[in-house]
Design a protein around this ligand. Structure first.
Ligand SMILES: Nc1ncnc2c1ncn2[C@@H]1O[C@H](COP(=O)(O)OP(=O)(O)OP(=O)(O)O)[C@@H](O)[C@H]1O
Length: 976
């Protein structure tokens, strides 16, 4: 059993730091620290993480205090690359071996880039491909993918006479569980990228229907296409990364190699895949909402499925007897990369990108835990792919197996130092050869058990292969006449396997040859040395000489051997100690395994219990999900109601504003009128006051009445002013209330939105982490209970929030109704006020008219007085009987008096006497008229029956007017 997936951890530089990205501290033992990550310069497989303890973290979350760092854990992986590691370093440690496997041994290869958002996955994979101008020449920031492609194109399996190579590239992304072809022509403007369907073929496995696969003959055209596709990838700015990839991007290069020597043979197809996964992200850190949140939820879901697949593969490889279901089908990512995750099929490397930033501590822990799970996946070289469903793929698998065997053979061959070709006839050769032979002997001694072990291992593999081959042959024999075709794939494969087997079974021929030579030499059985010739004599003397030299050399050699044996014994001691240590460790491991078995049994029983609990939990979660959906529905209804209410409130506010404007206008008018009124009142008061002083006591009653009216008017005016004031302050209060209500409504809406978003977020997150939780439940039931409780608490909290929100909405509704009612009342008050104001206006007008009338009367009285002061007399020339004239005059006076005092509007304006003079102007001259008036025996000092005084200037004027009109009538009668 060996680890199937190589895991390299790449630590990015501290965010915001500048090159050369040196460690922040370095201890005397060589430990280098950047942020929360420490590494050893002497051991690049160990990493330790320092961070706050879980309790500290919880505490910090509550009281927001910085915590004391604590040593947390040390992890071991295949390779750790702390800053300032370059993309070249990363390539050499990760993808280089994958390229070799693809290129040299026809294996499939995949490189994954995993890590939280902003940890440097895209940087590690693609480097600065978007900004590099010349793609054909290498730059320092070339990503791992670029370097791998460069190596692939430049090395062995280039087209040759024997082989023809054809390469095609595909580039797609998985965005929100939709597969987008990044090499297809872009969609029309404002149209979204079409989603391609993923189909599963019974023999070919899963594939994308209609994906663009473009031939790429050289590196530059391949990189150009990748760059084009990469530029079209879905990215968006988040709080954690301003160019965050929102999708999983997969670049796949298919290489088809045809063997020209065997044109009928099936071409070998290999895939080299690069997967830049979207980064896991926590909503709390990114602060994502809306579309970004939806994307994050989809990313987390597919990563969680990937985790589930890795977990199941790990469990299966730990316990090969039972096969746990591997949920490849749960996401498009795992479905399409199923082959890449199968260690029997593919050489896979995972680059785990982490950030040393203390703020990202939890994410780093989570990535490293994921990496540990990946490391749990083991592969047994004897185990043939149990995932492969199709038998037609077996030829391909066998070819890949040959690749593996070749790789092994290569590694074995490189361990054997080859002796150089030398002449056998010279002693020099012997001199040179002897120590070499010695060494060869030693090597052979060590190699033989190795060979034996390997032969045993490979025999096992061979057994499986032979079984497979005979099965295949049987099938071919029964179904295909081509069985004897020496060119058939199977025969080619068989012969290749046989030759490989031979190579593995037979000891190195050089070693055997040198060994036999050496033996011959030692026993002097070689025919060359047996002949008694001069050459031999010479050789013998030379040999004797050499032998003496050799003896001394042998002595040296003996010394060296002694030293070597000492070193060997030391090495043996240390080996024994190591063996002991290993045995102790083995024992410990066995004990641990036993303990683990016990735990497993316990866990199994717990598991069965957990499964019940799971079911309960699932039903609970379903119920809660239903409840959450209901809540969501209620939210929507609430939002609709809130929107309607908002509209109503907006309408109300608009009508209120209109009323307010109207009110303001009216208030303005009222204030203006009031001011005018006050001014008029003042002037009227003054006038009245003056007038009242001048007026006699008979006018007192009128004056008092006037004053009373005036006082009443003042009072009304004061009330009006007060009312207007109250109204204004009421209006202001109402405006304030409306404002508060509006702000409360918008606050409420924001709260509803937030609660809705957080509920949706919680729902999605719960659904996404559900599977993981269930698995966690299997491990730790208690933790799951805690989670469930937390979840329930969150749901209760939601319910409580909804309750309080609904109460708030109800309260606001009631408030709105109250306000509407208050508004109606205010409107009524306003109407009453308007009527009052109208009434006051009328009163005002009456007062004005009265004033005018008073003035007029006054003027008339003055005129009258002036006329009387003239002393002119009326000539009695008229031939009208005195009695008839008196009668007519009395009738006219009475009618006029009635008109004058009951219909105040009947009087002409104060400044005009037109009505009086008209007739006279036409028919009598001034003198005649005066004479006529004077002749009339009217008592101007008497009161009429209504008690109206005639002795005032006004009454005098009135009477004079009456007299005139009467005279006119009398004159007319007289003329008749
Ligand atoms: N090793 C590194 N050296 C220098 N800069 C780096 C390194 N790793 C990452 N960065 C920088 O950090 C930024 C974020 O890296 P990148 O976009 O590769 O992250 P990511 O893991 O792909 O994030 P996301 O999942 O959000 O797409 C980039 O601007 C990149 O330049």
């Amino acid at each position: 059993m060996s680890e199937a997936i190589k895991v390299c951890v790449r630590v990015r530089p501290m965010p915001g730091s500048q090159p050369p990205y040196l460690p922040q501290s370095r201890t005397s033992q060589g430990a280098e620290t950047v942020g929360c990550i420490s590494t050893l310069a002497s051991d690049t497989t160990i990493l330790s993480l320092t961070g706050p303890s879980i309790t500290d973290r919880r505490k910090n979350r509550e009281d927001d205090q910085p915590s004391q760092p604590q040593q947390l854990k040390t992890y071991a992986f295949d390779n750790i690359l702390p800053p300032p590691s370059t993309n070249e370093d990363l390539y050499n440690e990760s993808a280089a071996s994958v390229v070799t496997a693809v290129n040299k041994y026809n294996q499939d290869g995949t490189v994954f880039f995993y890590g939280q958002t902003g940890a440097g996955k895209s940087w590690s994979c693609f480097g600065d491909i978007l900004t590099t101008k010349d793609l054909s020449s290498m730059t320092a920031n070339d990503g791992v993918m670029t370097r791998a492609l460069r190596d692939l194109y430049s090395t062995e399996s280039q087209p040759s006479q024997n082989h023809s190579v054809h390469r095609e590239v595909t580039f797609f992304e998985i965005f929100n569980e939709r597969v987008h072809d990044l090499l297809s022509p872009p969609p029309a403007l404002h149209k979204s990228m079409p989603s391609l369907p993923v189909r599963t073929h019974p023999t070919k496995g899963s594939y994308i229907e209609g994906i663009t696969s473009l031939p790429v003959a050289d590196l530059a055209s391949c990189l150009k296409l990748v760059r084009k596709g990469y530029a079209r990838r879905a990215v968006a700015g988040t709080k954690m990364n301003d160019q965050s990839s929102r999708s999983h991007a997969v670049v796949r290069l298919k290489t088809t190699t045809k063997d020209n020597d065997h044109p009928k043979s099936t071409p070998t197809v290999t895939y080299l895949t690069f997967v830049d996964l979207a980064g896991s992200e926590r909503q709390r850190d990114t602060g994502n909402t809306g579309e970004r949140l939806k994307e994050a939820s989809s990313i987390n879901k597919s990563l969680s499925t990937l985790g589930g697949v890795i977990f199941a593969l790990g469990i299966n490889s730990l316990n090969p007897t039972e096969t746990r279901h591997v949920p490849f089908r749960d996401s498009k990512l795992t479905l399409l990369l199923r082959n890449s995750l199968n260690p029997a099929n593919c050489r896979t490397v995972m680059v785990m990108n982490v950030s040393p930033d203390e703020q990202q501590f939890l994410e780093t822990v989570s990535t490293l835990k994921f990496a540990q799970r990946v490391k749990q996946i083991k592969t047994n070289d004897d185990v043939v792919d149990k995932f492969r469903a199709d038998e037609s793929g077996e030829v391909d698998a066998l070819k890949k197996e040959i690749g593996k065997l070749k790789m092994k053979l290569d590694s074995v061959n490189t361990e054997v130092p080859k002796p150089s070709q030398t002449s056998m006839a010279t002693a020099k050769y012997l001199q040179d050869t002897l120590p070499k032979i010695e060494r060869m002997e030693a090597i052979t001694r060590t190699l033989v058990p190795n060979y034996h072990r390997r032969i045993m291992e490979d025999k096992l593999i061979d057994k499986l292969k032979t079984e497979k081959i005979s099965r295949l042959q049987r099938r071919l024999r029964t179904g295909d006449a081509n069985e004897e075709d020496p060119d058939s794939d199977l025969n080619v494969l068989c012969s290749e396997i046989d030759s490989l087997r031979k190579l593995l079974n037979e000891p190195d021929p050089d070693a055997v040859m040198y060994k036999s030579l050496y033996d011959d030499l030692l026993q002097s059985k070689s025919p060359i040395y047996g002949a008694d010739s001069d050459e031999l004599k010479n050789l013998r003397s030379l040999t004797t000489k050499l032998m003496t030299e050799n003896q001394s050399l042998n002595q040296d050699l003996e010394g060296a051997r002694k030293q070597a044996s000492e070193a060997q014994s030391k090495a043996e001691d240390s080996t024994a100690a190591t063996k002991k240590l290993l045995e102790r460790r083995l024992k410990e491991a066995e004990e641990r395994a036993e303990a683990a078995e016990e735990v497993r049994l316990k866990l199994e029983s717990q598991l069965s219990k957990s499964e019940d609990t799971n079911l309960q939990m699932k039903s609970k979660i379903n119920a809660t999900t239903n409840h959450a959906e209901k809540v969501q529905h209620e939210y929507q209804t609430l939002s609709l109601t809130a929107a309607t209410q908002k509209k109503e409130v907006a309408k109300l506010a608009a009508s209120l504003t209109a009323t307010q404007i109207e009110l303001r206008e009216k208030t303005k008018d009222f204030s203006k009128m009031q001011r005018e009124h006050e001014a008029e009142m003042d002037s009227l008061t003054n006038e009245l006051f003056m007038e009242s002083e001048r007026m006699t006591e008979e006018k007192g009653a009128t004056e008092i009445e006037m004053k009373g009216k005036l006082a009443a008017a003042f009072k009304d005016n004061a009330i009006l002013q007060q009312r207007v004031k109250n109204l204004t302050s009421e209006r202001e209060n109402y405006e304030k209330e409306i404002k508060t209500a509006n702000s409360k409504i918008s606050q409420l809406e924001v709260e509803i939105e937030e609660t809705k978003a957080s509920a949706v977020d919680q729902n999605e997150q719960t659904m996404a982490t559900h599977k993981e939780r269930v698995e966690k439940l299997e491990k730790d039931n208690l933790a799951a209970y805690e989670n469930a409780e937390k979840w329930e608490r969150a749901a209760e909290e939601n319910e409580r929030k909804i309750g309080s929100t609904m109460d708030e909405v109800k309260r606001l509704k009631k408030k709105r109704d109250d306000d509407a009612f208050e508004l109606e009342n205010l409107q009524e008050d306003m109407d009453t006020m308007t009527e009052n104001v109208k009434f006051l206006q009328l009163q005002n007008e009456e007062l004005q008219a009265y004033n005018v009338r008073l003035e007029e009367l006054n003027n008339l009285d003055n005129d009258n007085r002036e006329e009387r002061e003239d002393g002119s007399e009326v000539d009695g020339e008229l031939c009208l009987t005195e009695e008839r004239a008196k009668q007519i005059l009395e009738e006219a006076v009475s009618a006029a008096e009635h008109d004058a005092f009951n219909e105040s509007a009947f009087l002409p304006p104060a400044d005009s006497n037109e009505g009086v003079h008209d007739v006279f102007d036409e028919e009598l001259d001034e003198e005649e008229e005066e004479m006529f008036f004077e002749s009339q025996p009217v008592d101007l000092s008497r009161d009429d029956e209504n008690g109206i005084p005639f002795s005032t200037p006004q009454t005098t004027a009135k009477v004079k007017a009456i007299k005139r009109s009467s005279s006119r009538k009398v004159f007319a009668l007289h003329n008749e």
